[in-house]
Design a protein around this ligand. Structure first.
Ligand code: PAF
Length: 284
C-alpha cells in the first residue's frame, strides 16, 4: 500500500525502517500533473531498487514572475491514483513552508550550464531546479534518482551539481515518452488548442530532420539551426532556440565533435514546448 507523508520527520521515519531492513531506495521527484512519462520513470525505478519514493511539489523558485506557477495544473487526486496503480511505496507531498521555511536564503547555481538555452529565456529557473533537487536529495537520501531525458538541460545540470557537490546518488536518465505522432509528453501540452495540437508534432519532426542532416555529414551547424527555426516559424511556432551542442557538456558543437544533442524550445500559442534528440555525427 502506498504511504503518503507531508512532513520530513514522517518521511525519514519510514525511510529509516527501510534502510535498517537493507532495502535500497529509488526516487522520482515530480511537480505532479503526472502522465505516462512520469510513470515510465516509476517503472524504471522499480527495476532499480526495492523501494520507490515519489515527491510532488510544484516548486515556486523555478518559475519566473511572468510564468505559470499559479496556473500550473494541480491534479493531486488523479496523480495519487496513478502512483497507487504504479505501486509506488511512498509519496512525499511537502508544503511550500516545509521546503522553504521563512528565512531560507541558500541557492545553488550551476554556472556555465544554467545561463544558456532554456536558462537564457528563463533566468533563475535552473537555480530553482538545482536548489530544490539538492534539498530533496538531502531529505530523501536516495540510492538512485530518475529524471526524464526530455528535460535534457535540467538532467545535465543535475549531473553536474551531483558531481561538483559529491552528492552520493546515482542518476539515471530515462528516454522521453512520446505520443504516436512524436509529440513529447509534457504537462504543458494541456495548454494547446486542438489546432495547435495538430501542429505540435512538427517540433520533433524538425529535430529528426536535423539529426538526419548531421548523420549525413553536414557540419554547417549554424545553417542547419537557422533553417530549422525558419521551418518552425512558417508553421506558426515562435522558436526560442534550436541548438546543436556536445552531449557531454552542452557547449556548442564544433566540427570534430561526434556525440551531439540537438536541443529545441519553441512557443506554440500559450505553451513553450521543449524537446531534444541525440545525433552521432559521422566524421571522415
Ligand atoms: O522536472 C521537473 O518536474 C522538476 O523540474 C523537478 C525536477 C521535479 C524539480 O522541481
Amino acid at each position: 500500500m502506498m504511504q503518503i507523508v507531508e512532513t520530513i520527520v514522517e518521511l525519514q521515519q519510514v525511510l529509516r525502517r527501510w534502510r535498517e531492513a537493507g532495502e535500497n531506495i529509488a526516487f522520482v521527484p515530480t511537480m505532479g500533473n503526472l502522465h505516462a512519462g512520469h510513470i515510465s520513470l516509476v517503472n524504471a525505478a522499480h527495476s532499480k531498487a526495492r523501494r520507490v519514493v515519489v515527491s510532488i511539489f510544484v516548486n515556486p523558485t523555478q518559475f519566473g514572475p511572468e510564468e505559470d506557477y499559479d496556473a500550473y495544473p494541480r491534479t493531486l487526486e488523479a496523480d495519487t491514483q496513478q502512483l497507487r496503480e504504479a505501486k509506488v511505496d511512498l509519496l512525499f507531498l511537502p508544503t511550500k513552508k516545509i521546503m522553504y521555511p521563512a528565512g531560507a536564503s541558500t541557492q545553488i547555481i550551476v554556472t556555465g550550464l544554467s545561463e544558456h538555452y532554456c536558462g537564457a529565456s528563463r533566468p533563475g529557473h535552473f537555480s530553482g531546479v538545482a536548489t530544490v533537487v539538492a534539498k530533496l536529495f538531502n531529505i530523501v537520501q536516495p540510492d538512485i534518482a530518475l529524471f526524464g531525458e526530455k528535460d535534457f538541460q535540467q538532467l545535465t545540470i543535475i549531473r553536474k551539481m551531483v558531481g561538483d557537490l559529491n552528492i552520493p546518488v546515482i542518476l539515471q536518465g530515462i528516454a522521453t515518452v512520446r505520443e504516436a505522432d512524436g509529440l513529447a509528453l509534457s504537462s504543458r501540452n494541456s495548454y494547446l488548442t486542438s489546432d495547435q495540437r495538430k501542429i505540435a508534432p512538427l517540433l520533433y519532426q524538425s529535430l529528426c530532420q536535423v539529426k538526419a542532416r548531421i548523420m549525413a555529414g553536414e557540419s554547417d551547424y549554424a545553417t542547419i539551426e537557422a533553417e530549422c527555426c525558419l521551418t518552425l516559424k512558417q508553421a506558426g511556432f515562435e522558436p526560442d532556440y534550436i541548438a546543436i551542442c556536445r552531449e557531454a557538456d552542452l557547449q556548442p558543437a564544433q566540427a570534430n565533435d561526434t556525440h551531439l544533442m540537438v536541443l529545441a524550445a519553441a512557443r506554440l500559442g500559450k505553451p513553450r514546448l521543449i524537446d531534444n534528440i541525440a545525433a552521432k555525427a559521422t566524421k571522415q
